[in-house]
Design a binder for this molecule. Structure first.
Ligand SMILES: [Mn+2]
Length: 466
C-alpha cells in the first residue's frame, strides 16, 4: 500500500519511516530543501513541495487508495493542507497530532469540515505502552528489593487465608517462584510450631488473623488495605481483580520463568476472582490473562472449571428447577432450608445462563434467616435497588446493578409478606420482580442507600471472599 506523509519534523519522519516500512511504500512531502536532502541521503523517499497546494499531491500521484498522514503541530495551515489533499482526491486521511496539547479539541475543529479524516494523537498512541514499560520498572525495583530481603532465609512461610481459594493458592505458588524457592524452603499455608526466618502473606492481610501473626515481612494483596498492618514490604492494589494479577506483574518484571503448572493456576485464579471478567476487572487483569494464556494448559483449565459443579450444588440447582419458574424473562425459585449460604448465589448465577433469562431471584433459608440473591444481565434496572426497595426495612439489603443480596430474619419476612410455602414463595418473588420492573425506581429508595451501604458491599465482596 502507498502512503504519503506530510511531515516537517525530522524525528517524526524518521520514526514513521521505520514504522511503515516495509509494509507500506512510503513517501514524505517536505518543504525544507536542506532537510529533504539530508533525508534523501539517509535513504528516505522524499518529494519536495508545498503541502498547501493541490498540484503537489497530483505530482506525487495521490489516488483514492493512497493513505495520507498529515502531521499536526498545532500551527496554522493544516486546513489548507487538508483542502489540497481532498481536492487532489485523497480519501484515506489521518492527522497525526504531534505536540498539540489539546488533541481532542483539535480533532473536533476539523471534524465538521472533514468528517472522514481520522485524528490520531501521538501521545495517546505511545502513552499506553510507555507507561506500561515504566510501571514495570517500578515493579521490578520493588521485587528486587524483597527478593534480596528474603534471600538469606533458610525457611520461608507463605501464609494464605484459612480457606484458600484458587487466587490464594496460585499467588502462593507464584510468590514461591519469584523467590526462587522449592516446596521445602517456602511452605504454603498456616503452619504452627515451626520456626521460619521470613513470613510472607498473599491474598490476605495480617488483620485477618486477629493478632495471631505478629510479624510479616511481605504482604501482596488486592483487598482494600487494612490499617495496622506493619509489614517490611507490601504491594497492595485494591483496583486489581486478583492477587495473581499482581504476581504476574512481579514475575514479568524480573523475567522469572513461569512453569505451565503455575501459569495454569494463575490463569484460573484470575478467571475465578473476576468471575470470568464480569466483576472487578480492569485492563491489568486482561493484560495478565493474555500474557499467561499461551503458557497455561488449556485442557486443565477446562477440567478445573468443570470441577466447580459439584453434586451438592447440582442438588440445589435441581430444587430450583423443580420449584421455580421462568416468567417474562425472570427466573424465581425458593430453595427452602440450605446448610450453606453459598448455594443460593450459585443457583442465581446458574439460572442466569438460561436462554431467555435476564433476571434471577433466588431465596433460601439458612438458620433463621431468609436470604435472597438477585442477578441480572446488567443492562436493565438495578438489582441493588430491587432488594433495597423490598427488604431494607426488615433486614440488610444491598448490592450493585447486576448482583445483589438481602438477608433478613425469617420471622420479619413472614410478618411483612405472610407465611408462604414453597410454591407461594416463588410466586411472591415473581410479583415483586414484576412490580419492580414495571415501574421506575421510587426516589425514596435512594435515601436508605447510605444506611445499608456497608452491608451492601458484602455481595460484591463475595467474589473476593475467602
Ligand atoms: Mn483474591
Amino acid at each position: 500500500m502507498r502512503c504519503l506523509a506530510v511531515c516537517q519534523n525530522e524525528l517524526v519522519i524518521r520514526m514513521l519511516d521505520e514504522i511503515l516500512l516495509p509494509g507500506f511504500e512510503v513517501e514524505f512531502i517536505i518543504e525544507n530543501r536542506p532537510l529533504a536532502r539530508r533525508l534523501q541521503d539517509a535513504g528516505v523517499t522524499v518529494a519536495i513541495g508545498d503541502p498547501r497546494r493541490t498540484d503537489t499531491y497530483v505530482k506525487a500521484d495521490l489516488g483514492p487508495s493512497t493513505c495520507v498522514i498529515i502531521e499536526d503541530t498545532g500551527r496554522k495551515g493544516l486546513r489548507k493542507t487538508l483542502e489540497a489533499v481532498r481536492d487532489a482526491g485523497g480519501t484515506l486521511v489521518y492527522i497525526l497530532g504531534v505536540g498539540s496539547d489539546a488533541s481532542a479539541k483539535r480533532a473536533d475543529e476539523f471534524h465538521g469540515e472533514f468528517p472522514d479524516v481520522a485524528y490520531l494523537s501521538m501521545s495517546e498512541l505511545f502513552g499506553g505502552p510507555l507507561l506500561t514499560e515504566f510501571s514495570r520498572s517500578l515493579t521490578r525495583a520493588r521485587v528486587l528489593q524483597y527478593q534480596r530481603y528474603f534471600n538469606d532465609a533458610d525457611k520461608i512461610l507463605i501464609v494464605l487465608h484459612n480457606d484458600p481459594d484458587p487466587d490464594a493458592m496460585a499467588s502462593g505458588l507464584a510468590l514461591r517462584n519469584v523467590l526462587h524457592r522449592t516446596r521445602t524452603t517456602a511452605i504454603l499455608g498456616a503452619i504452627h510450631g515451626k520456626e521460619f526466618d521470613r513470613v510472607a502473606m498473599v491474598d490476605v492481610q495480617p488483620h485477618y488473623f486477629d493478632g495471631l501473626i505478629d510479624r510479616v515481612d511481605l504482604v501482596i494483596d488486592h483487598h482494600p488495605e487494612q490499617p495496622g498492618a506493619a509489614a517490611v514490604f507490601k504491594d497492595i492494589r485494591p483496583d486489581y481483580g486478583s492477587t495473581s494479577t499482581i504476581l504476574t506483574e512481579h514475575l514479568r518484571a524480573v523475567d522469572v520463568n513461569i512453569s505451565e503448572r503455575v501459569a495454569t493456576a494463575m490463569l484460573y485464579a484470575i478467571k475465578s476472582d473476576t468471575l470470568f471478567f464480569n466483576r472487578q476487572t480492569n485492563r491489568v487483569d486482561l493484560e495478565a490473562f493474555s500474557f499467561l494464556y499461551p503458557l497455561a494448559d488449556a485442557a486443565l483449565i477446562r477440567k478445573m472449571e468443570g470441577a466447580e459443579i459439584t453434586l451438592e450444588r447440582l442438588d440445589y440447582v435441581l430444587r430450583a428447577f423443580r420449584s421455580g419458574s421462568l416468567q417474562d424473562q425472570v427466573f424465581c425459585a425458593f430453595l427452602g432450608p440450605s446448610p450453606r449460604e453459598d448455594f443460593i448465589p450459585y443457583v442465581a448465577d446458574f439460572f442466569l445462563q438460561l436462554e431467555d433469562a435476564k433476571w434471577t431471584v433466588i431465596a433460601g433459608i439458612v438458620d433463621d434467616s431468609l436470604i435472597v440473591s438477585v442477578r441480572n444481565l446488567g443492562y436493565s434496572k438495578n438489582a441493588g435497588e430491587f432488594v433495597r426497595r423490598f427488604f431494607a426495612d426488615i433486614g440488610s439489603a444491598g448490592g450493585h446493578r447486576a448482583m445483589a443480596k438481602a438477608v433478613m430474619p425469617l420471622r420479619a419476612f413472614h410478618e411483612k409478606f405472610g407465611q408462604l410455602d414453597g410454591a407461594a414463595m416463588a410466586t411472591r418473588l415473581h410479583e415483586l420482580a414484576r412490580e419492580f420492573l414495571a415501574h421506575e425506581p421510587a426516589k425514596e429508595v435512594r435515601s436508605v442507600k447510605a444506611e445499608v451501604g456497608r452491608e451492601g458491599k458484602s455481595e460484591s465482596e463475595e467474589v473476593k471472599t475467602r
